[in-house]
Design a protein around this ligand. Structure first.
Ligand code: NDP
Length: 452
């Protein structure tokens, strides 16, 4: 239970955020989660109240929206909308991914940029928070169409970004192919070869392990969570949602740590393979999604012991661990109840905000280990930060070096979650821990830098 002063503080901030950003439900949801966690800390720090630090943090430093016109393969003109939300630069240049998905709107961009600010703060690296994207979907588009779209998108975005200003990366719908097209156009227009985008190809400035980093980092973090209860991945049944970048490398690492990964999904449905994935099946999914750009239902045509469930989510399958890696609000209250009923003891988020507040409540009241994305999926942006460092010093680290940094960062994030999130009864509230730790660093930097 929150004290009265903190509750009044939360109510005040939320009333303002809702009035100033009408209809932006995802943004409201992300702000509320952070404000509820940090309210007791702020209300007991009069200088943070007086300086209106939270009121400033919820207002993006800059929002850019722009027209993205392009021509499809039939010669028809298409118009999409582009975004870049530069949320907070108190601790470093803006940093955050670009999402290409039909659902993209200002609310989703602002929620992601807000989350990114605290996530980046947790990584221990000097990176501010941002997010960008477009309501363009690469699904079903030819390579030439995707290239023309990326070139048009970057023609406007390039004037707002730079290696010391704002460094975008990938997210849903933006993988190696898209980063290549975006980087090519950036380089052509700015006449410079810098580390302004991360997730680049290995042969032209990309970091080793960047494609793997979010998924691997998620598994390293989950290992640490499990270790607090004397457990590990060994022999555990794991549900994963999604079949994209994060899901693929989460599955690979979980498998290699001894777990049985039994589900994957996409926006059309999920597959259940009771025997679990192995390296051959994993390779099939990797090629299906990254080269053939097909649908996950094709898995059951190749591996008939598996079952495809169209239009459903995987959370009803019994498991020990659930790792949501698709999208926001993909675990609702009823899904969370199914997970609990199916024996799940640990939920660690690979996606951003995949669990609704009601679902989180179900996890926490049933004593599950539960970690929010801003802590457990921070390995991706951390390795992007390592890519920026390598680009700046014109060097390339080995896989072992990058992996060692990634493990250390995930372990440091876990440690601050324990520091700020351990409750009086010894249980760990990872939401509280991540939000308070992420907030303190940003807030202190804002105090130091004056009213800007
Ligand atoms: P990808 O585009 O590679 O994969 C996304 C996967 O999620 C696909 O399988 C996609 O299915 C599915 N998906 C997307 N939208 C929906 C939806 N509305 N309903 C159901 N399924 C959906 O993206 P990533 O793997 O990069 O990103 C996944 C999540 O991880 C996102 O929340 C992202 O913000 C987060 N994240 C990503 C990081 C990264 O480094 N890439 C870093 C940190 C977080 P379909 O093909 O049908 O669209």
């Amino acid at each position: 239970m929150m004290d009265k002063l903190s509750q009044r503080y939360v109510d005040g901030i939320m009333a303002d955020v809702i009035a100033r950003n009408p209809g932006e439900n995802e943004f409201h949801q992300a702000v509320r989660e952070v404000v509820e966690s940090v309210a007791p800390y702020i209300t007991s720090s009069p200088h943070l109240m007086k300086l209106k630090i939270m009121e400033r943090i919820v207002e993006p430093e800059r929002v850019i929206m722009f027209r993205v016109p392009w021509m499809d393969d039939n010669g028809e003109i298409q118009i999409n909308r582009g975004y870049r939300v530069q949320m907070n630069s108190a601790i470093g240049p803006y940093k955050g991914g670009i999402r290409f998905h039909e659902s993209v709107n200002l609310s989703i961009m602002k929620f992601l940029a807000f989350e990114q600010t605290f996530k980046n703060s947790l990584t221990t690296l000097p990176m501010g928070g941002a997010k960008g994207g477009s309501d363009f979907s690469p699904k079903g588009r030819s390579d030439a169409e995707v290239m023309r779209f990326c070139q048009s998108f970057m023609t406007e975005l390039q004037r707002h970004i730079g290696q010391d200003t704002d460094v975008p990366a990938g997210d849903i719908g933006v993988g190696g192919r898209e980063i290549g097209f975006l980087f090519g156009q950036y380089k052509r227009l700015r006449d410079e070869f810098t580390g302004t985008l991360t997730g680049k190809g290995l042969g032209w400035g990309g970091s080793r392990l960047r494609p793997e980093a979010t998924g691997y980092g998620l598994c390293y973090f989950t290992e640490q969570m499990l270790a607090t209860r004397g457990e590990s991945f060994q022999g555990k049944t794991v549900l994963i949602s999604g079949a994209g970048n994060v899901a693929q490398f989460t599955a690979q690492k979980a498998m290699r740590l001894g777990a049985k990964v039994v589900t994957l999904s996409d926006s059309n449905g999920f597959i259940h393979d009771p025997e679990g994935l192995d390296e051959t099946k994993w390779q099939f999914v990797y090629e299906l999604k990254n080269y053939r750009r097909g649908r996950i239902k094709e898995y059951v045509e190749r591996f008939p012991q598996a079952t495809y469930y169209p239009g459903q989510r995987p959370w009803g399958i019994p498991c020990d661990i659930a790792l949501p890696c698709a999208t926001q609000n993909e675990i609702e209250k009823a899904d969370a109840e199914k997970l609990v009923a199916g024996g799940c003891r640990c939920v660690a988020e690979g996606a951003n905000m995949p669990s609704t507040p009601e679902a989180i409540q179900v996890f926490q009241s049933n004593g599950l280990l539960y970690s929010p994305g801003k802590a457990s999926n921070a390995g991706g942006v951390s390795t992007s930060g390592l890519e920026m460092t390598q680009n700046s010093i014109r060097q390339k680290w080995t896989e072992e070096e990058v992996d060692a940094h990634l493990r250390r960062i995930m372990s440091d994030i876990h440690a601050v979650c324990l520091k700020y999130g351990t409750e009086d009864d010894g249980t760990v509230n990872y939401v509280k821990g991540a939000n308070i730790a992420g907030f303190i660093k940003v807030a202190n930097a804002m105090v130091d830098q004056g009213l800007v």
